[in-house]
Design a protein around this ligand. Structure first.
Ligand code: AMP
Ligand code: MG
Length: 333
């Protein structure tokens, strides 16, 4: 009888496991933060809606072009009492601006707007205007005291370089409280991986081909973390054969032109991953490698104009070049 019971229990467990292994994930796609997001969740059909609401909530606080957002109000009124999310992200962004001084700055907004990246009315500011704009970029003009924020007169804040990473972190917390076994949250190029896939295989994350962003030049096999990519291909305009991209050098207030095609960062902290992808793009290959050597708490994939992929040693074994791409791979130790 005992043996029979034991057999029956084993059979039930096996059945449950195989049901789990074949269970289809719940997939939700929607537009938020100016991009298409796709959430794939294994083992919990309900949490997808919660994740979406959380992302929509953050979007409505942080979208600096939306007149009803907290950020819009702060930029206009220069002094505001903000929600815990906005305060938390401002705090993090100030720390990151200090740590990544000169390459990431949350007060880049006036320059982003002057080039037309927020409105789509693209223009090229002249040298005088660029000089004035670069003087307006200075994270030290933002004062944060609890939930109360003050900006100096000419200062405006843009959290576009970190909002998706912060959203990835917030979603990670909701997943931990859910029944989900695994999830792949694609927040428009910022990808949060969670748990273990039912079949035990690693997550496969494509790295977009800047020349054809619908395709991937390579894949990363990963067990978790957040993957954030910055690339000029995400937003740019062209004049007289020259391309002007949406990633700006805070020192010059002008679009970056340094031979980088894209920077992909892998680390557990999504907000940091997002800030680092923007910052290392601005630094350029050599300074990015120097920065990595002094702060080796993340991995990167950098693609440069000369067709070289620079990979940190932590992910060399996890990277596979996609078929049909003839790119040189160098490992950064
Ligand atoms: P990402 O795609 O994460 O690299 O973020 C790029 C967005 O962040 C741009 O569209 C701008 O709104 C803003 N941005 C551009 N350059 C910088 C910079 N150097 N530091 C901080 N934010 C930036
Ligand atoms: Mg970023």
């Amino acid at each position: 009888m005992k043996r029979l019971l034991c057999g029956a229990i084993c059979a039930i467990i096996l059945l449950a496991l195989s049901a789990c292994a074949t269970a289809k994930p719940a997939v939700t796609s929607f537009e938020a933060m100016d991009t298409l997001m796709t959430l794939t969740v294994y083992g919990d059909d309900k949490v997808g809606d919660q994740l979406r609401s959380r992302i929509d909530e953050l979007d409505s606080l942080l979208d600096m072009t939306d007149e009803s957002s907290e950020l819009y109000r702060l930029n206009r009124e220069k002094s505001a009492s903000v929600s815990p999310d906005t305060a938390a992200l401002l705090k993090r962004s100030l720390q990151l601006s200090e740590a990544l001084r000169g390459s990431f700055d949350l007060t880049v907004c006036p320059a982003v707007q002057a080039w037309g990246f927020t409105s789509g009315d693209y223009r090229i500011p002249d040298d005088d205007e660029l000089k004035k704009l670069s003087e307006m970029i200075d994270y030290r003009q933002v004062t944060l005291d609890g939930d109360s924020v003050k900006l100096s007169d000419n200062t405006r804040v843009d959290l576009g370089a970190v909002a998706k990473g912060y959203a990835a972190d917030c979603c990670g917390k909701l997943l931990e409280e859910s029944k989900a076994q695994a999830a792949v949250l694609n927040l428009g190029g910022t990808i949060r991986l969670y748990g273990r896939k039912p079949d035990g295989s690693p997550f496969k994350v494509g790295v977009a081909d800047p020349g054809n962003p619908a395709a991937y030049f390579g894949y990363l096999s990963l067990d978790g973390g957040t993957v954030a990519t910055s690339g000029g291909y995400e937003r740019y305009f062209e004049r007289d054969g020259r391309r002007y991209i949406h990633i700006l050098d805070p020192k010059t207030a002008a679009p970056v032109e340094n031979g980088i095609q894209s920077v992909t960062i892998l680390t557990d902290d999504g907000t940091a991953a997002d800030a680092l992808s923007t910052a290392l793009f601005v630094m350029g290959r050599d300074r990015a490698i120097e920065y990595y050597h002094t702060h080796p708490s993340f991995d990167f994939v950098i693609l440069t104009d000369d067709g070289t992929i620079s990979l940190t040693e932590g992910i060399t074994d996890r990277f596979t070049l996609a078929q049909g791409y003839d790119l040189r791979i160098e490992t950064i130790n």
